[in-house]
Design a protein around this ligand. Structure first.
Ligand code: EAX
Length: 332
């Protein structure tokens, strides 16, 4: 037998590396996930945990690449990308999702939930599980809810202690009809602005304030340009993780199983991260000299009564959901 030439050996080596290299690459399914929050946010970190668990459980056969901070667009744009299949997953607020999936609009209603336990009972009930799947036909299949706390008003320079203090103030809201109605029912003027544009809007005085949950007010650094936070907890729309139905349909049974498991693990982890992030936020507010007001919530709650009465009178289909959701509060 002729001795193998050095050049033949190199060629053979290349062939082996190419065949095996391509083999592994093709079998790895990488999902692209985009959202608007900063990487220090507990919801982002919950999704990092999802990516870790998924990679481990699937023995490296599935991965998630996360694009945070709105680099792939605002929440509405991310949802549209899922619909055409150019993005695999996104995390948005249910308030933005309501423009695509009407049933989730109910979550933006003011003072709907009694407390956190009530909220999670709803998310885990048939009502919440149906909401996740309601988007499937418009290519937006829900995977889970993440803890998102309650939203509170925060103001550049105005002190809000009672609902009357909101009169005449221009407050940024998400692009959501129900959020607009909620804030207006509380007495303020609403200004729908995307999350990514909000810091500048606050700093430039385009709006007098905004409303959000505590970790987001902290991690977005909005508190650095605001003097007051009023912990009125007026609404609790939820962050939701979604996958494009186009992509979901292409996953094998095994891949769906791995993904569901990782999603579940991330929900548990995110709930714990949330509690810590509230403590971090409150201490950052104190250090910065932001005044945190803990108002009597009863007068705020009373202010929104007409909104519910109007829904009932107009036989708004969301009102049925309100009744079902309120029924679940009795167990708290
Ligand atoms: O979904 O826009 C908002 O105020 C949301 O809280 C944020 O984007 C997370």
């Amino acid at each position: 037998m002729k001795p193998v030439k050095f050049s033949q050996l190199i060629f053979l080596l290349f062939l082996i590396v190419w065949v095996f290299g391509c083999g592994t690459q093709n079998s790895v399914k990488t999902l692209k996930l985009a959202h608007v929050l900063p990487t220090s946010h507990p919801v982002h970190q919950g999704m990092v945990h999802l990516a870790d668990v998924l990679e481990k459980e699937s023995n490296g056969q599935m991965k998630v690449d996360i694009y945070p901070g709105g680099v792939l667009g605002n929440e509405r744009e991310c949802l549209e990308s899922l619909q055409i299949g150019s993005l695999d997953m996104t995390k948005v607020s249910s308030s933005v999702l309501e423009n695509f999936v009407p049933s989730v609009a109910v979550l933006s209603l003011p003072y709907l939930f009694k407390d956190k336990e009530h909220r999670w009972r709803v998310f885990e009930s048939g009502i919440g599980q149906k909401m996740l799947l309601d988007g499937e036909k418009v290519w937006l299949r829900g995977l889970c809810f993440y803890e998102s706390g309650e939203r509170n008003f925060y103001l550049v320079k105005d002190k809000v202690e009672i609902p009357q203090d909101l009169q005449g103030l221009k407050i940024r809201v998400m692009r959501s009809n129900i959020s607009i109605k909620a804030v207006e029912a509380l007495g303020a003027q609403s200004a729908p602005i995307s999350f990514g544009e909000l810091f500048t809007a606050l700093a430039a005085g385009v709006v007098d304030g905004a409303e959000n949950n505590i970790p987001t007010i902290h991690q977005s650094k909005h508190y650095e340009v605001c003097k007051y936070i009023c912990m009125d907890g007026h609404s609790a729309p939820s962050d939701m993780l979604l996958i494009s139905t186009h992509i979901w349909n292409r996953l094998t049974g095994q891949e769906k199983q791995w993904l569901n498991l990782a999603v579940k693990a991330s929900v548990e982890k995110q709930k714990m991260l949330w509690e810590q992030s509230i403590r971090d936020a409150l201490s950052a507010f104190e250090k910065k000299g932001v005044t945190v007001i803990w108002p009597d919530k009863a007068p705020f709650e009373k202010t929104v009564d007409p909104l519910y009465l109007e829904m009932k009178r107009n036989k708004n289909p969301l009102y049925d959901l309100v009744v079902q959701i309120r029924r679940l509060s009795a167990e708290s």
